[in-house]
Design a protein around this ligand. Structure first.
Ligand code: BES
Ligand code: MN
Ligand code: ZN
Length: 494
């Protein structure tokens, strides 16, 4: 979909040729003399329009308005949350209208965060999955104009939001693909394609290279599958070579059957979404490839299937991780941590300023936080704060969870350095404590997105989370202190 930002007052918007026009009306709306103001003003007076967020009033062929369909949408106090709700409701209501061209008028006092909310809500509620349908129905919307009082002032925020929306959509599309399409090989190909289109560097390693490096833990998970594993390395260079990168690590299990510790059949199809972390890394690279911020970012994606087979890893097997630590695999369904630990060790070679792993890691995190906030674990308070704040601003929130050493007690093994599971209690924290053993060389954070990466039930589908949070976090990193470089920079003259 094509987004554009345009300076338009309500009189201008009324004259704009399009298939549908959405006008956001807040509690403090002051009507002018134009046709849209008249419509909204009269509807408010008659109480046919409620300025509460998400309340709608639709009109057809109104006098003096070029758009045949007009949707008035209440946005209450005009906060980003309310703008998001209003736009989502309005775009949702227009879904079946077949409108190709849409204009969305924001309140006259709309700031950067309102523009971001409008773009993300539009993209989110107009997305339609068609990749494996025989007829691509429902993807009519082509062009969306966001109308504001002064476009030049909001252009940077708008461009960032548009790129983030593209990244989120890419992550959703990959997440939604069936597991016979979105194989590790396909993820590698998508990464290569992405790199080519956006000037990124990309390397895709296969079983032989990964064996040579010594990723014994990752290899153990892949053993039961006919699909060859892939280890994807993406590089975005937006700052100097001496600038320590942020490393993003995404869990790329393209199907998690549980392996020999096989899962129950009910809802097992949803384990195609177990590559949501990988999809979010690819989506984030798609966005930063477009924005081109002044930072360096590395993406690491260990990807394979977790399948039962005569060659599968078994409960009780002990493997040697890249770090040298031996791991007793007591439950083959705790496979995410087994592929991530080797990627976390691999990350050390980039001397990163921070490493963030993103994984659909535990059912326990779904129980703890549901689908609203992702679980955030961090060994570094500043990193935790930065991710938390980025999540709030991007409306893709997370919540910090503890990492007390007592939680690691259950990971003790009589036969290896560590076991891959502890008891059920505190399962999301136990998993994070396992990962932490491999992430000691740098500031580290872990996002458990098991509850937020996809929705179940009638709305079953990938959400593209936490691409919004990660893009915002990386943009914020541009301003952050960069010791390596700052030391060489001459002092500023006052
Ligand atoms: N991919 C799952 C986590 C998951 C389960 C996400 C359900 C969303 C919904 C992960 O690989 C897994 O199976 N984790 C186990 C760990 C357990 C064996 C310690 C879990 O959460 O049950
Ligand atoms: Mn599993
Ligand atoms: Zn899994």
């Amino acid at each position: 979909m094509d987004f554009e930002l345009k300076t338009l007052d309500l009189a201008g918007a009324a004259g704009e040729k399009c298939d549908a026009l959405v006008m956001l009306v807040g509690e403090n709306f002051k009507p002018g003399k134009d046709a849209l103001s008249r419509l909204a003003g009269e509807a408010l007076k008659a109480r046919d329009l409620d300025p509460k967020a998400g309340k709608l009033l639709q009109a057809y062929r109104s006098a003096g308005i070029a758009a045949p369909r007009v949707v008035l949408a209440g946005c209450a106090d005009g906060s980003p949350k309310k703008v998001h709700a209003a736009v989502a409701a309005a775009v949702g209501a227009l879904r079946t209208s077949g409108a190709k061209r849409l204009v969305i008028c924001l309140p006259a006092d709309a700031k950067e965060d309102a523009v971001r909310a409008a773009v993300s809500a539009t993209a989110e509620s107009s997305y339609v999955y068609v990749a494996t349908k025989s007829k691509p129905e429902g993807r009519e919307l082509q062009r969306v104009t966001i109308a504001v009082a002064d476009a030049s002032r909001l252009q940077v925020a708008f461009a960032g939001a548009r790129a983030a929306a593209n990244g989120i959509e890419f992550a959703r599309e990959l997440g939604n693909l069936p597991p016979n399409h979105a194989t590790p090989t396909r993820l590698g190909e998508e990464a290569k394609k992405l790199a080519k289109a956006h000037g990124l560097k990309c390397e895709v390693l296969g079983p032989r290279e990964v064996a040579k490096i010594g990723m014994g833990s990752f290899m153990a998970v892949a053993k039961g599958s006919e699909e060859p594993l892939r280890f994807i390395v993406l590089k975005y260079t937006g700052a100097g070579a001496g600038d320590a990168p942020v490393v993003l690590v995404g869990k790329g299990i393209t199907f998690d059957s549980g392996g020999i510790s096989i899962k129950p059949s009910a809802d097992m199809d949803e384990m195609k979404f177990d590559m949501g972390g990988a999809a979010s890394v690819l989506g984030t690279f798609r966005a930063i490839g477009e924005i081109k911020p002044a930072i360096n970012v590395i993406g690491l994606i260990p990807s394979c299937e977790n399948m039962p087979d005569g060659r599968s890893v078994k409960p009780g097997d002990i493997v040697k991780s890249l770090s040298g630590q031996t791991i007793e695999i007591l439950n083959t369904d705790a496979e995410g941590r087994l592929i991530l630990c080797d990627a976390l060790t691999y990350a050390e070679r980039f001397k990163p300023r921070a490493v963030v792993d993103i994984a659909t890691l535990t059912g326990a995190c779904v129980i703890a936080l549901g689908g609203v906030r992702s679980g955030l674990f961090a060994s570094d308070d500043a990193l935790a704060q930065a991710l938390h704040d980025a999540g709030e601003r991007a409306m893709d929130p997370c919540w910090r969870m503890p990492l007390d050493d007592e939680y690691a007690e259950g990971l003790k093994s009589n036969f290896a350095d560590v076991a891959n599971v502890a008891g059920r209690a505190g399962g999301a924290v136990n998993a994070a404590k396992f990962l932490q053993r491999f992430a000691g060389a740098y500031p580290w954070a872990h996002l458990d997105i098991a509850g937020t990466a996809w929705k179940s039930g009638g709305a079953k589908g990938s959400t593209g989370r936490p691409v919004g949070m990660l893009v915002q976090f990386l943009l914020d990193q541009q301003g952050a202190a960069r010791p390596a470089k700052a030391a060489k920079r001459p002092a500023k003259r006052k």
